[in-house]
Write a protein that binds this ligand. Structure first.
Ligand SMILES: NC(=O)c1ccc[n+]([C@@H]2O[C@H](COP(=O)([O-])OP(=O)(O)OC[C@H]3O[C@@H](n4cnc5c(N)ncnc54)[C@H](OP(=O)(O)O)[C@@H]3O)[C@@H](O)[C@H]2O)c1
Length: 288
């Protein structure tokens, strides 16, 4: 009886919010080796509803919460600041408050957008934050709330994620065009760390397993490039590099301020593999 009781209290119970999004859809498939996974999409758990959030926590009794739910469309965050604040800040606050009550560990997905993006050499985990857009501001306010209210937290910042069948990011938007042999123009004056979601999720798995202490982490594939180089490299993998031309970000009208360098320096955990190796593997998978 004692053995059974101790097993029941040590088994991991991982609650995922925003589970049908790009990261969530990969995470819910690949993290089940770690324990019981409870993926909740927006229809099952709207994090802006504090009562439902508490109710789900009481039912599931998670040991770890992977909080992915967010408004991630940067344009939408600018044009509907109320929605961005409700979901990204108050939604996170509800999740944090439930973690405080239940004692669950929190993994919060944050972003390079908390930095101002002016530093060519990129930003370490301890660098001063100064967001340039509303999305980044909601992420920073959430980080501050987490640090004030929780001890058992991991803030994991990422940049330029790709590699999910439900993603609508740059590569996923342009790949169908390349496959149809259509030309694409890509800006060559914005730089980041393209990061394969599968690699991010593997590191999140290590965090859930307790391989890293509580705190803030930058989880990015090693190396960096411009958006142009990223898409050109992907196009080369399928023999279509002739379709990709460089352009300047001045040619695109946008209501979102973005720094030039969306670059995160990982100074705390083992470096992830180089972005070119991860991208080549992904392109092989999606085009075969
Ligand atoms: N993608 C990147 O490059 C990147 C980089 C750094 C950090 N992040 C962060 O990583 C996390 C996951 O990103 P992602 O790329 O997977 O984003 P995503 O594909 O947009 O997924 C976010 C999910 O949250 C859901 N959601 C929205 N409002 C909600 C609410 N009120 N309650 C519950 N769920 C809600 C969305 O549902 P709907 O689709 O129905 O709105 C969506 O399924 C986010 O916190 C994001 O800010 C992403």
């Amino acid at each position: 009886m004692c053995a059974e009781k101790s097993y029941a209290t040590t088994v991991r119970r991982v609650l995922i919010t925003g589970a049908s999004g790009a990261v969530g859809s990969v995470a819910q498939k690949s993290l089940d080796r770690l324990g019981e996974i409870f993926p909740f999409d927006i229809n099952e758990l709207d994090v802006t509803d504090s009562k439902s959030t508490q109710h789900v926590f009481q039912n599931i009794k998670p040991t770890t919460v992977l909080h992915l739910a967010a408004i991630t469309d940067l344009n939408l965050c600018e044009t509907n600041k109320e929605l961005a604040t409700q979901v990204n800040f108050y939604g996170t606050k509800n999740v944090v408050d439930s973690c405080v009550k239940s004692g669950a560990d929190l993994i919060f997905m944050s972003s390079e957008a908390v930095f101002n993006g002016s530093k060519r050499e990129g930003y370490s985990e301890q660098a001063a934050c100064r967001p340039q857009n509303y999305y980044g501001q909601t992420k920073l306010e959430s980080e501050i709330y987490i640090k004030k209210n929780l001890k058992k937290y991991y803030i994991t910042r990422a940049s330029w994620l790709y590699g999910s069948s439900v993603s609508q990011k740059l590569l996923e938007k342009l790949l169908p065009k390349l496959l149809r042999d259509e030309p694409v123009s890509v800006v060559d004056d914005k730089f980041g760390n393209p990061t394969l979601i599968k690699d991010l999720v593997e590191t999140l798995g290590n965090i859930i397993e307790g391989k890293h202490g509580y705190g803030t982490y930058h989880i990015v594939n090693s190396g960096s490039c411009s958006r142009f180089e990223f898409i050109l490299t992907a196009a080369k993998c399928i023999g279509r590099s002739y379709l990709v031309t460089p352009t300047s970000s001045d040619t695109f009208l946008s209501n979102v301020n973005r720094g030039r360098y969306a670059l995160l320096k990982n100074t705390k955990i083992n470096p992830l593999r180089n972005w070119k190796i991860a991208l080549a593997e992904y392109m092989e998978e999606v085009t075969n």
